[in-house]
Design a protein around this ligand. Structure first.
Ligand code: S3P
Length: 168
């Protein structure tokens, strides 16, 4: 397997699992949020403030479109599934893994992550985060080729499940 794409809500572990998976497989990790920050030249939260979410989504779609031939582990941003054309694109990719967790745990992880300022979650109430999360669930399910439950599980265990899945 030359490419694994990780999708899921903020706090699902896409970056952490991606990093471990890259180590285990010897493949490169390709983190969309990092690529985007390099491309826009500022933190994502600043870009949202200056140009708005829609401008961010356009660039995110472009990054996705340019990644079909990437050989590596792709950690996407949690909002990648919002655009229908992104979901169609994801469906064409060979292996898209939805890292699923219950909302309480996702909120807990996002709140604990002080280094990553997320415009759609940091400083929001649990109810507000829930409003962002709920409509996305069917979009993650629609876009994924497989679903992995991550609630109360160690990253190493999750990585092993993905490796088993790809037969490595
Ligand atoms: C977003 C998730 C973030 C980042 C941006 C928007 C979202 O990535 O792309 O803040 O809409 O869910 P992570 O899922 O890596 O936090």
């Amino acid at each position: 397997m030359k490419q694994v794409v990780l999708i899921g809500f903020m706090g699902a572990g896409k970056t952490t699992i991606g990093k471990l998976l890259a180590q285990e497989t010897g493949l490169q990790q390709y983190d969309f949020d990092e690529v985007l920050v390099n491309r826009i030249g500022m933190p994502i939260a600043d870009f949202f403030d200056l140009h708005g979410e829609e401008a961010f989504r356009e660039i995110e779609t472009d990054v996705l479109k340019n990644s079909s031939a990437v050989e590596g582990i792709i950690s996407t941003g949690g909002g990648i599934v919002l655009k229908g054309r992104n979901r169609e694109f994801l469906k064409e990719m060979p292996l898209v893994v939805y890292l699923k967790a219950n909302l309480e745990e996702l909120i807990h992880r996002v709140v604990l992550d002080k280094r990553n300022v997320r415009p759609l979650a940091t400083s929001k109430s649990p109810d507000e985060i829930r409003e962002v999360y709920l409509p996305r669930v069917p979009m993650y399910e629609e876009s994924a080729s497989c679903v992995i439950e991550t609630t109360n599980r160690k990253p190493e265990e999750i990585v092993q499940e993905i490796l088993n899945l790809v037969g490595e």
